[in-house]
Design a protein around this ligand. Structure first.
Ligand SMILES: C=Cc1c(C(=O)O)[nH]c(=O)[nH]c1=O
Length: 309
Protein backbone atom coordinates (compact mmCIF):
# COMPACT_ATOMS: atom_id res chain seq x y z
CA UNK A 1 0.00 0.00 0.00
CA UNK A 2 1.55 3.27 -1.13
CA UNK A 3 0.48 6.42 0.77
CA UNK A 4 3.26 8.57 -0.59
CA UNK A 5 2.41 11.64 -2.61
CA UNK A 6 4.06 14.04 -5.03
CA UNK A 7 3.47 17.78 -4.65
CA UNK A 8 4.57 19.18 -7.97
CA UNK A 9 7.81 17.23 -7.95
CA UNK A 10 8.33 17.28 -4.15
CA UNK A 11 8.18 13.58 -3.26
CA UNK A 12 6.61 13.09 0.17
CA UNK A 13 6.95 9.58 1.65
CA UNK A 14 3.68 9.81 3.58
CA UNK A 15 0.79 12.10 2.70
CA UNK A 16 0.36 13.04 6.38
CA UNK A 17 2.37 15.98 7.78
CA UNK A 18 2.10 18.59 10.55
CA UNK A 19 0.18 21.82 10.10
CA UNK A 20 2.10 25.08 10.32
CA UNK A 21 2.01 26.49 13.83
CA UNK A 22 1.82 23.25 15.77
CA UNK A 23 5.01 22.13 17.61
CA UNK A 24 7.15 23.45 14.75
CA UNK A 25 8.62 26.71 16.08
CA UNK A 26 11.85 25.85 17.93
CA UNK A 27 14.96 23.89 16.91
CA UNK A 28 13.92 20.96 19.14
CA UNK A 29 10.38 20.87 17.74
CA UNK A 30 11.66 20.98 14.15
CA UNK A 31 14.23 18.28 14.88
CA UNK A 32 11.56 16.02 16.44
CA UNK A 33 9.37 16.48 13.37
CA UNK A 34 12.32 15.81 11.06
CA UNK A 35 12.90 12.46 12.86
CA UNK A 36 9.19 11.57 13.03
CA UNK A 37 6.84 9.80 10.60
CA UNK A 38 5.48 13.15 9.42
CA UNK A 39 5.89 13.07 5.61
CA UNK A 40 7.24 16.62 5.61
CA UNK A 41 8.08 19.37 8.10
CA UNK A 42 6.05 22.58 7.97
CA UNK A 43 7.56 25.40 10.02
CA UNK A 44 5.73 27.92 12.20
CA UNK A 45 4.82 30.94 10.04
CA UNK A 46 7.65 33.40 10.45
CA UNK A 47 8.16 37.14 10.30
CA UNK A 48 11.26 39.19 9.52
CA UNK A 49 12.14 39.51 13.23
CA UNK A 50 11.47 37.09 16.13
CA UNK A 51 8.14 37.66 17.87
CA UNK A 52 6.95 36.79 21.38
CA UNK A 53 3.31 36.65 20.27
CA UNK A 54 0.21 37.54 22.24
CA UNK A 55 -0.36 37.52 26.01
CA UNK A 56 -1.48 34.22 27.56
CA UNK A 57 -3.81 32.41 27.85
CA UNK A 58 -3.77 32.34 24.06
CA UNK A 59 -4.66 28.69 23.39
CA UNK A 60 -7.54 26.59 24.73
CA UNK A 61 -8.88 23.12 23.96
CA UNK A 62 -12.55 22.20 24.11
CA UNK A 63 -14.37 19.03 23.05
CA UNK A 64 -15.04 20.48 19.60
CA UNK A 65 -11.41 21.35 18.97
CA UNK A 66 -9.27 24.38 19.79
CA UNK A 67 -9.26 28.15 19.89
CA UNK A 68 -6.04 30.16 19.53
CA UNK A 69 -4.81 33.68 19.27
CA UNK A 70 -1.07 32.97 19.43
CA UNK A 71 -0.18 36.21 17.67
CA UNK A 72 2.46 34.74 15.40
CA UNK A 73 5.18 33.87 17.96
CA UNK A 74 8.24 32.72 15.98
CA UNK A 75 12.04 32.89 15.91
CA UNK A 76 12.32 35.04 12.79
CA UNK A 77 13.16 34.17 9.18
CA UNK A 78 16.95 34.08 9.74
CA UNK A 79 16.58 31.31 12.34
CA UNK A 80 14.51 29.12 10.01
CA UNK A 81 16.78 29.72 6.99
CA UNK A 82 19.77 28.86 9.18
CA UNK A 83 18.06 25.69 10.45
CA UNK A 84 17.33 24.68 6.86
CA UNK A 85 20.96 25.31 5.84
CA UNK A 86 22.39 23.06 8.56
CA UNK A 87 19.76 20.31 8.62
CA UNK A 88 21.01 17.03 7.20
CA UNK A 89 17.74 15.34 6.40
CA UNK A 90 16.17 14.55 3.05
CA UNK A 91 12.71 15.09 4.47
CA UNK A 92 10.89 17.87 2.59
CA UNK A 93 10.54 21.19 4.42
CA UNK A 94 7.76 23.71 3.77
CA UNK A 95 8.87 27.08 5.13
CA UNK A 96 5.77 28.98 6.23
CA UNK A 97 5.90 32.77 6.10
CA UNK A 98 3.40 35.33 7.31
CA UNK A 99 4.61 38.91 7.18
CA UNK A 100 2.48 41.51 8.97
CA UNK A 101 2.31 43.52 5.76
CA UNK A 102 2.75 43.00 2.03
CA UNK A 103 6.10 44.81 2.27
CA UNK A 104 7.27 42.50 5.06
CA UNK A 105 6.32 39.48 2.95
CA UNK A 106 8.51 40.83 0.12
CA UNK A 107 11.42 41.29 2.56
CA UNK A 108 11.06 37.74 3.87
CA UNK A 109 10.73 36.28 0.37
CA UNK A 110 13.84 38.10 -0.85
CA UNK A 111 15.77 36.46 1.99
CA UNK A 112 14.19 33.06 1.29
CA UNK A 113 15.01 33.42 -2.41
CA UNK A 114 18.68 32.89 -1.50
CA UNK A 115 18.17 29.72 0.56
CA UNK A 116 18.56 26.45 -1.32
CA UNK A 117 17.62 23.96 1.38
CA UNK A 118 13.88 24.45 1.61
CA UNK A 119 11.61 22.58 -0.74
CA UNK A 120 8.87 25.21 -0.91
CA UNK A 121 7.41 28.25 0.79
CA UNK A 122 3.94 28.02 2.30
CA UNK A 123 2.77 31.64 2.03
CA UNK A 124 0.25 32.17 4.80
CA UNK A 125 -2.54 34.43 3.55
CA UNK A 126 -4.85 33.59 6.42
CA UNK A 127 -3.57 34.43 9.89
CA UNK A 128 -6.76 35.36 11.79
CA UNK A 129 -5.13 36.66 14.95
CA UNK A 130 -3.39 39.86 14.07
CA UNK A 131 -4.66 43.20 15.35
CA UNK A 132 -8.35 43.96 15.00
CA UNK A 133 -7.59 46.49 12.29
CA UNK A 134 -5.79 43.98 10.08
CA UNK A 135 -7.99 42.22 7.59
CA UNK A 136 -7.24 38.62 6.63
CA UNK A 137 -5.28 39.03 3.39
CA UNK A 138 -7.01 35.96 1.93
CA UNK A 139 -10.32 37.86 1.98
CA UNK A 140 -9.03 40.91 0.09
CA UNK A 141 -9.09 39.68 -3.52
CA UNK A 142 -7.75 42.80 -5.20
CA UNK A 143 -4.89 43.12 -2.69
CA UNK A 144 -4.00 39.44 -3.21
CA UNK A 145 -4.08 39.82 -6.97
CA UNK A 146 -1.65 42.76 -6.95
CA UNK A 147 0.54 41.02 -4.36
CA UNK A 148 0.91 37.79 -6.36
CA UNK A 149 1.40 39.74 -9.61
CA UNK A 150 4.39 41.58 -8.10
CA UNK A 151 5.65 38.60 -6.13
CA UNK A 152 6.03 36.29 -9.13
CA UNK A 153 8.05 38.98 -10.94
CA UNK A 154 10.97 38.24 -8.63
CA UNK A 155 10.19 35.03 -6.72
CA UNK A 156 10.90 32.05 -8.98
CA UNK A 157 11.16 29.20 -6.47
CA UNK A 158 8.42 26.74 -5.38
CA UNK A 159 5.72 28.59 -3.44
CA UNK A 160 2.29 27.47 -2.27
CA UNK A 161 -0.38 29.40 -0.40
CA UNK A 162 -2.31 28.69 2.82
CA UNK A 163 -5.87 29.93 2.57
CA UNK A 164 -8.56 30.92 5.06
CA UNK A 165 -11.94 29.17 4.81
CA UNK A 166 -14.35 30.54 2.19
CA UNK A 167 -18.08 29.89 2.29
CA UNK A 168 -19.60 31.17 -0.95
CA UNK A 169 -19.17 29.66 -4.41
CA UNK A 170 -18.41 33.10 -5.87
CA UNK A 171 -15.45 33.47 -3.50
CA UNK A 172 -14.02 30.06 -4.43
CA UNK A 173 -14.34 30.94 -8.14
CA UNK A 174 -12.78 34.38 -7.59
CA UNK A 175 -9.83 33.00 -5.60
CA UNK A 176 -9.26 30.09 -8.01
CA UNK A 177 -9.35 32.53 -10.94
CA UNK A 178 -6.59 34.59 -9.29
CA UNK A 179 -4.44 31.59 -8.32
CA UNK A 180 -4.84 29.94 -11.75
CA UNK A 181 -2.92 32.87 -13.28
CA UNK A 182 0.30 32.04 -11.36
CA UNK A 183 2.81 29.17 -10.95
CA UNK A 184 1.29 28.21 -7.59
CA UNK A 185 2.98 25.05 -6.32
CA UNK A 186 0.17 23.94 -3.99
CA UNK A 187 -2.76 25.29 -2.03
CA UNK A 188 -3.33 24.40 1.62
CA UNK A 189 -6.98 24.58 2.73
CA UNK A 190 -7.81 25.66 5.44
CA UNK A 191 -6.40 27.77 8.20
CA UNK A 192 -8.46 28.09 11.41
CA UNK A 193 -11.95 29.56 11.27
CA UNK A 194 -11.46 33.20 12.19
CA UNK A 195 -12.78 34.95 15.27
CA UNK A 196 -14.75 32.40 17.19
CA UNK A 197 -15.13 32.61 20.97
CA UNK A 198 -15.21 29.93 23.65
CA UNK A 199 -16.70 30.59 27.06
CA UNK A 200 -16.01 29.42 30.61
CA UNK A 201 -19.38 29.54 32.37
CA UNK A 202 -17.86 29.23 35.85
CA UNK A 203 -15.92 32.44 35.37
CA UNK A 204 -18.57 33.72 32.97
CA UNK A 205 -15.69 34.80 30.78
CA UNK A 206 -13.93 34.12 27.49
CA UNK A 207 -11.10 31.54 27.65
CA UNK A 208 -8.28 33.38 25.87
CA UNK A 209 -6.84 36.81 26.66
CA UNK A 210 -6.04 38.44 23.28
CA UNK A 211 -8.63 40.31 21.20
CA UNK A 212 -11.30 40.15 23.95
CA UNK A 213 -11.37 36.36 23.57
CA UNK A 214 -11.82 36.11 19.80
CA UNK A 215 -9.54 33.54 18.15
CA UNK A 216 -9.07 31.02 15.34
CA UNK A 217 -11.09 27.82 15.71
CA UNK A 218 -9.43 24.52 14.79
CA UNK A 219 -10.04 20.82 15.28
CA UNK A 220 -13.00 18.45 14.88
CA UNK A 221 -15.75 21.05 14.44
CA UNK A 222 -14.18 22.73 11.40
CA UNK A 223 -13.75 19.54 9.33
CA UNK A 224 -16.96 19.94 7.28
CA UNK A 225 -15.89 23.43 6.20
CA UNK A 226 -12.32 22.34 5.46
CA UNK A 227 -13.51 19.37 3.37
CA UNK A 228 -15.80 21.71 1.43
CA UNK A 229 -12.91 24.11 0.74
CA UNK A 230 -10.74 21.25 -0.54
CA UNK A 231 -13.58 20.02 -2.76
CA UNK A 232 -14.34 23.49 -4.17
CA UNK A 233 -10.71 24.27 -5.00
CA UNK A 234 -10.27 20.78 -6.44
CA UNK A 235 -13.13 21.70 -8.75
CA UNK A 236 -12.00 25.22 -9.70
CA UNK A 237 -8.18 25.19 -9.58
CA UNK A 238 -5.94 24.19 -12.51
CA UNK A 239 -5.48 20.42 -12.39
CA UNK A 240 -1.72 20.85 -11.89
CA UNK A 241 -2.14 22.65 -8.55
CA UNK A 242 -2.22 20.03 -5.78
CA UNK A 243 -4.27 20.69 -2.66
CA UNK A 244 -3.15 19.96 0.89
CA UNK A 245 -6.10 19.45 3.23
CA UNK A 246 -6.07 20.74 6.81
CA UNK A 247 -8.77 21.02 9.45
CA UNK A 248 -10.09 18.67 12.11
CA UNK A 249 -8.24 15.48 11.09
CA UNK A 250 -8.35 13.07 14.04
CA UNK A 251 -8.44 9.62 12.41
CA UNK A 252 -7.34 7.71 9.30
CA UNK A 253 -10.96 7.92 8.17
CA UNK A 254 -10.70 11.74 8.19
CA UNK A 255 -7.54 11.51 6.05
CA UNK A 256 -9.41 9.23 3.61
CA UNK A 257 -12.23 11.79 3.35
CA UNK A 258 -9.79 14.54 2.40
CA UNK A 259 -8.16 12.48 -0.35
CA UNK A 260 -11.64 11.53 -1.61
CA UNK A 261 -12.42 15.28 -1.87
CA UNK A 262 -9.27 15.77 -3.97
CA UNK A 263 -6.44 16.48 -1.50
CA UNK A 264 -2.99 15.13 -2.40
CA UNK A 265 -1.75 15.38 1.19
CA UNK A 266 -3.04 16.46 4.60
CA UNK A 267 -1.78 18.48 7.57
CA UNK A 268 -2.53 17.74 11.23
CA UNK A 269 -2.94 20.64 13.66
CA UNK A 270 -5.03 20.42 16.83
CA UNK A 271 -4.86 16.61 17.04
CA UNK A 272 -1.05 16.75 16.70
CA UNK A 273 -0.92 19.18 19.63
CA UNK A 274 -3.19 16.89 21.69
CA UNK A 275 -1.44 13.61 20.85
CA UNK A 276 2.14 14.60 19.98
CA UNK A 277 4.50 12.88 17.52
CA UNK A 278 2.79 9.44 17.83
CA UNK A 279 -0.22 10.85 15.96
CA UNK A 280 1.56 10.36 12.62
CA UNK A 281 2.17 6.61 13.06
CA UNK A 282 -1.41 6.11 14.26
CA UNK A 283 -2.93 7.97 11.29
CA UNK A 284 -0.69 6.14 8.81
CA UNK A 285 -1.74 2.78 10.28
CA UNK A 286 -5.44 3.67 10.26
CA UNK A 287 -5.29 4.99 6.68
CA UNK A 288 -3.48 1.88 5.43
CA UNK A 289 -6.09 -0.35 7.11
CA UNK A 290 -8.87 1.51 5.28
CA UNK A 291 -7.05 1.25 1.92
CA UNK A 292 -6.50 -2.48 2.50
CA UNK A 293 -10.18 -3.08 3.30
CA UNK A 294 -11.19 -1.18 0.18
CA UNK A 295 -8.53 -2.88 -1.94
CA UNK A 296 -6.91 0.43 -2.95
CA UNK A 297 -3.15 0.30 -3.66
CA UNK A 298 -2.43 4.03 -3.62
CA UNK A 299 -4.04 7.46 -3.11
CA UNK A 300 -4.61 7.79 -6.85
CA UNK A 301 -7.03 4.85 -6.73
CA UNK A 302 -9.61 7.13 -5.10
CA UNK A 303 -8.27 10.70 -5.04
CA UNK A 304 -11.00 13.20 -5.92
CA UNK A 305 -13.51 10.43 -6.67
CA UNK A 306 -16.15 11.65 -4.25
CA UNK A 307 -19.59 10.46 -5.37
CA UNK A 308 -22.44 12.95 -5.41
CA UNK A 309 -26.08 12.05 -5.84
C1 LIG B 1 0.33 32.74 11.47
C2 LIG B 1 -0.52 32.98 12.44
C3 LIG B 1 -1.62 32.09 12.80
C4 LIG B 1 -1.97 31.92 14.12
C5 LIG B 1 -1.31 32.67 15.24
O1 LIG B 1 -0.06 32.64 15.33
O2 LIG B 1 -2.08 33.29 16.00
N1 LIG B 1 -3.03 31.12 14.47
C6 LIG B 1 -3.74 30.45 13.52
O3 LIG B 1 -4.69 29.71 13.84
N2 LIG B 1 -3.40 30.57 12.22
C7 LIG B 1 -2.37 31.36 11.80
O4 LIG B 1 -2.12 31.43 10.58
Amino acid sequence: IDISTNINGIKISSCIMNASGILCCTEKELYNLMMSSSGAVVTKSCTIKPRKGNLKPRYFEWKGGSINSMGLPNLGIDFYLNFLEKKNSKKPFLLSISGLSIEENYLILRKANISSNMNAIELNLSCPNLLEKDKILGYDFSKISDFLENLFQFYKKPLGVKLPPYFEDFHFRKMAFILNKYPIYFVTCINSLPNGICIDINKESVVIHPKKGFGGIGGLSIKPFALANVRKFYTYLRKDIPIIGCGGICTGKDVFEYILCGASAVQIGTQFLKEGIPVFDRLIKELITILKNKNYSSLNSFKGKLNVF
